[in-house]
Every structure is written in structure tokens, then in C-alpha cells.
Design a protein. Structure first.
Length: 419
């Protein structure tokens, strides 16, 4: 057992802390920019709502399409560590470019390209921190998910406040600083990560591959889960798109004599991830201890149904409010329900793809999960164009329907395992 596995922080390998701190700051930069993006396009660049939503969806889609190529490049040529360093550096440059209005589209493209190398290469290093029989391995991605959401919580409060109060470009600049901090953390803590094997060693020492029939079943399962995740994200990704527009125009944000900044509400989701994950992990552990653990596909299906319930709540709220603004307390309740569903589906899906990855294709298989994020984000952008054409109640019912459809597919994928 190497040093990275022998010494722990918080009961987990020290390398896990380095990885989630690195991605925590990457998430800070990504969410900081994403928090401002739709508002910046509609209020500063004066784009129409349909155009802004489509650009938003296309950008988030491209940010998760480039990892498909980046994962292959990392596995075959650059290696995971070098890919993280290069990707983080390119993303930092893109965030600073966002501070200059003429570079808007070039900046979005630069961030997406850097993300392609960074995103699959970082979480795919988690499995190397654990032995195959380590009981902590299954919960590692939930612990990791909590860590990186600290960045998602800070981003709207810092980048959002700077952008909303002092100017959009200050918020974008802060996102770039966050990316540089993440790169510094990774470089400073690289000794806590297991060394990468040379490419020739990987080819000669990798465990034997699964039988071909087992491989086929695994890839079919991942394909089905990926399709369900695509449909689900068509609804989920509206939280930074049309839901942000509704927060601005349809929510009464007064609290006493204070008006809550619209960007602050996007901090609720990561804050709730941080606070709710330990309780969920304890719940799942107790179920596992008595032999009632839930399969990954069924757990994801439950999460999608919970998200559908969250959007049905908004449909009811907007129907009752009519032309009036709804209380911000309803938006808070929505985020509580949505986040609970998210914790059932998103870290479970990422962990499933990472655990089923063939030994020589770790980053590539994780990148396949991001293919579902890419297609789902693209779907979200297209769905978002309906915001101005449909009633708010009808739109939220549509989103609930998408989440319920994803749940039905995931439940169907799990059926053969119980018959």
C-alpha cells in the first residue's frame, strides 16, 4: 500500500481532499460565471431571451462535450496529471477573457476547451486512491460531491455579488482567480496522489478484461443510464437558465427591508448539497447494513421522481400566484426538494461510470458520463427557448414530465435485476 493510501484526512485518503479542493475551485469558477451568464446576456449584451437561453444551453453542452475528446487524449497521450494542469490553465485564461465584452464568444470557447482536458482527468483519479475491496470506495464520490459543492455555494455569493453590484466583469474576473487557486492546490498536493503508471506499464499490468458478453451488458447499461441522464438534465439544467429568469421577474425577493440579490438563490443548491449529503449517506449506510441497499439505477430513478415533484411544486405556485410575484420561500422549498433528488441521481451516475470503467479507459469512460451531460445541456437550451412562448405553469409541468420520463427509463433498466 502506498503512502497516499496509508495516511488519511477525515477518514479518507489524503489525495481525495486534494482532488475535491482542486475541483471545488474549478466549480467556483464555473458556477461563478454561470451564475452571471444569462443575466449578462439579457441585461448587458441585450440579447433576446430565446437567444440567451440557446447560447446558455449550447455553452454548457460544449463544456461537457469537449471532455469526450479530452478523456481520450488524457488516457492515450498526456496523462491525467498533465491534462489537469493544462486544462486548468486554459480555463483560467478563458475566465479572464470574459472580462472583455468583445471576447465574449472566444472566452466561452476557451473555457469549454480547457474543461475538456480538466473535467474527466480529475475525478477519474479517485479510484486509484483505493484498493478494489476498500469499503470507503463506494461512498467516495458522495464525499467528493460535497467538497466540490462548497465552491458552488461560494460562487453566487462572491462572483454573483461582485457582478450584480459592482459590474459583470468583476464577477467574471473573480471566477478566473478561483481557477488559479484550484491549479495551485493541485500542484501543491500532487505528492498525495498515486503516481501515474507509464503507458506501457498500463498495457502490460492492467487486470484482465471482463468477458465480452459482460462488457456488452455493461456498455448497454451505461448507454441506458446515459440516455436517462440526458432527459433528466433537460429539466435539471434550467436552474441556471429559465429558473434564474423567473427568480428575477416572478419572485418577491423582499425580506424585511432587504431585497435578496437574485444571484444568491443559486447558492442554495450547493449549500443544501453540503448539509444534506451526510444525512443521506447515513441513511444509505443503515439500509445497506440490514441488507436493504438500493441498486444504482433504482436510486437514480427515485432521484428523478423527486426532481419531478420539485417542478410540480413550482407549477402549482405559479398557477396560484397568477400575475403576482411568488414568495421567495416557495423557491427555497423548491431547492430543498430538487437538491434531495439531485443527490440520489447525479453522484450515483458519475460513480457508476467510474466504477464500471475498464482499467485502461478510466478518463474515457468518465468522459462518457459527460457525454450525457452534454446532450442533456443541449436539450435544456432547446427546452429553455419555450420559456417565453408558454405559460410558466405549463413550462414547469413540462420539466416535471421530463424528469418523470427519465425516472421511468431508469426503473425499467433496473427491472431485470429483480425478476
Amino acid at each position: 500500500m502506498n503512502l497516499a493510501q496509508e495516511k488519511t484526512w477525515f477518514g479518507q485518503p489524503r489525495g481525495l481532499t486534494i482532488l475535491f479542493l482542486t475541483q471545488m475551485w474549478e466549480i467556483f469558477s464555473y458556477y461563478g460565471m454561470r451564475t452571471l451568464l444569462v443575466y449578462y446576456m439579457t441585461k448587458q449584451l441585450l440579447f433576446a431571451q430565446e437567444k440567451s437561453s440557446l447560447i446558455y444551453g449550447t455553452y454548457t453542452a460544449l463544456a461537457y462535450f469537449t471532455p469526450i475528446l479530452g478523456g481520450a487524449i488524457a488516457d492515450r497521450w498526456l496523462g491525467k496529471r498533465r491534462s489537469v494542469v493544462i486544462g486548468a490553465s486554459v480555463m483560467a485564461a478563458g475566465h479572464f477573457m470574459m472580462a472583455f465584452e468583445p471576447l465574449f464568444f472566444a472566452a466561452l470557447a476557451t473555457i469549454a476547451l480547457g474543461n475538456g482536458l480538466f473535467l474527466p482527468s480529475l475525478p477519474s483519479q479517485i479510484n486509484t486512491l483505493y484498493r478494489a475491496d476498500d469499503p470507503r470506495r463506494g461512498r467516495a464520490f458522495n464525499v467528493y460531491y460535497v467538497g466540490i459543492n462548497v465552491g458552488g455555494f461560494m460562487a453566487p455569493l462572491i462572483c454573483g455579488t461582485l457582478g450584480e453590484v459592482y459590474g459583470w466583469h468583476y464577477g467574471f474576473g473573480a471566477a478566473g482567480v478561483g481557477m488559479l487557486i484550484g491549479l495551485t492546490v493541485y500542484l501543491a498536493g500532487r505528492n498525495y496522489l498515486p503516481p501515474e503508471l507509464p503507458k506501457t506499464a498500463v498495457l502490460t499490468t492492467a487486470p484482465s478484461e471482463r468477458p465480452r458478453e459482460d462488457q456488452r451488458q455493461v456498455w448497454l447499461l451505461l448507454l441506458g443510464v446515459g440516455i436517462a441522464a440526458t432527459i433528466f438534465r433537460g429539466a435539471y439544467e434550467q436552474i441556471g437558465n429559465t429558473l434564474a429568469l423567473w427568480t428575477d421577474a416572478g419572485v418577491d425577493r423582499h425580506w424585511g427591508g432587504f431585497v435578496i440579490p437574485m444571484t444568491w438563490f443559486q447558492a442554495l443548491n450547493p449549500l443544501l448539497v453540503i448539509s444534506m449529503t451526510p444525512l443521506l449517506l447515513l441513511h444509505w449506510k443503515r439500509r445497506a447494513d440490514v441488507g436493504r441497499d438500493t441498486s444504482p439505477a433504482r436510486r437514480m430513478a427515485i432521484g428523478a421522481l423527486i426532481v419531478a415533484a420539485a417542478y410540480l411544486l413550482l407549477a402549482a405556485v405559479t398557477a396560484m400566484a397568477g400575475a403576482e410575484r411568488a414568495s421567495w420561500l416557495w423557491l427555497l422549498a423548491f431547492f430543498v426538494i430538487l437538491t434531495l433528488g439531485e443527490l440520489y441521481i447525479l453522484p450515483t451516475g458519475l460513480g457508476l461510470f467510474a466504477r464500471l470503467a475498464p482499467p485502461r479507459l478510466g478518463a474515457t469512460t468518465v468522459a462518457a458520463w459527460f457525454l450525457a451531460v452534454f446532450t442533456g445541456s443541449l436539450l435544456a437550451g432547446v427546452v429553455g427557448t419555450l420559456w417565453s412562448r408558454a405559460s410558466h405553469t405549463g413550462f414547469f409541468i413540462l420539466l416535471a414530465g421530463l424528469a418523470a420520463l427519465a425516472a421511468a427509463l431508469l426503473w425499467w433498466l433496473d427491472r431485470p435485476r429483480h425478476e
